[in-house]
Design a protein around this ligand. Structure first.
Ligand code: FE2
Length: 263
């Protein structure tokens, strides 16, 4: 498997604190079937703003340590760029802050809302030759409430990366249900672990892979856990499957209230 989302680089954000953490995370990833991991530290205006060269250098340092420790995991540079118009001053085109220095960029929304300039941000990246990948849409409250919000984005070429732990319920029931809905609707193009450490939020993707097989079968699972991510690493185009009609389970609040009054 290829893990497109991780905070495995030491001391650069809220992920791995030390090189020992990074190596422990790498061992867990490898033991669970991941062979390539993208290091995607936070890039957030006013909070964490590492130079691209710093990310690349830390990746090289980690790769050297992995070789020394005989851990056969490949680490490639990337970033998780927080959506903000000011940050576009740093991003002129493919390369810096993109996965493996290519044309795909992992982007995250603010945790609580979808800014008005979101589409402008995405389309500015596209106009500059960058393909945005939205990180963990299943965790966003507005998307969880109305998954239809992202259909138009997908139809305009914005790709979706879901967190494996969300699909198996480790990020709560809402994120799990939304991940299932997105997967069943062909709205997931990649999985990532979004690992932050060796003890909690670890880089295990095996359970999510097994659940994906049970929901959408082996062919689609292979596509979103390996084939599409492999294309990202080499900056090739990926195949977008037609979006299925979203089938969201409706809430029956009034019936629950009537039933409780009767019961
Ligand atoms: Fe992340």
């Amino acid at each position: 498997m290829i893990d497109l989302h991780s905070h495995i680089l030491p001391g650069i954000d809220d992920g791995a604190k030390t090189m020992e953490d990074s190596l422990a995370m790498a061992r867990i990833a490898l033991d669970n079937g991941t062979v390539v991991i993208a290091a995607t530290p936070h890039v957030i205006e006013g909070c964490w703003l590492p130079d691209w060269s710093t990310i690349q250098n830390l990746c090289r340092e980690l790769s050297l340590e992995l070789r020394r420790e005989n851990i056969a995991l490949t680490v490639i540079p990337g970033a998780e760029v927080a959506l903000n118009m000011d940050i576009l001053d740093l991003i002129k085109g493919p390369g810096p802050y993109c996965i493996n220095g290519g044309k795909y960029m992992l982007v995250e929304l603010p945790a609580t809302h979808i800014p008005q300039y979101t589409e402008e941000f995405f389309f500015t990246l596209q106009a500059r030759g960058i393909s945005p990948i939205l990180a963990h849409p299943e965790r966003h409250p507005q998307i969880a409430h109305n998954p239809e919000l992202i259909v138009e984005w997908v139809n305009k070429g914005i790709l979706m990366q879901v967190n494996g732990p969300s699909l198996v319920g480790k990020m709560g029931d809402r994120a799990m249900k939304t991940a299932e809905t997105l997967l069943n609707s062909n709205l997931v193009h990649f999985f990532g672990s979004d690992t932050h450490g060796p003890k909690t939020r670890t880089p295990r993707l095996t359970e999510a892979q097994a659940k994906s097989v049970s929901l959408v079968g082996e062919k689609i699972t292979r596509q979103i856990f390996t084939d599409n991510s492999s294309a990202v690493i080499s900056s090739d185009d990926i195949i977008i499957t037609d979006v299925q009609k979203i089938a969201v389970v409706k809430k029956h609040g009034i019936w629950k209230r009537i039933a409780s009054m009767l019961g």
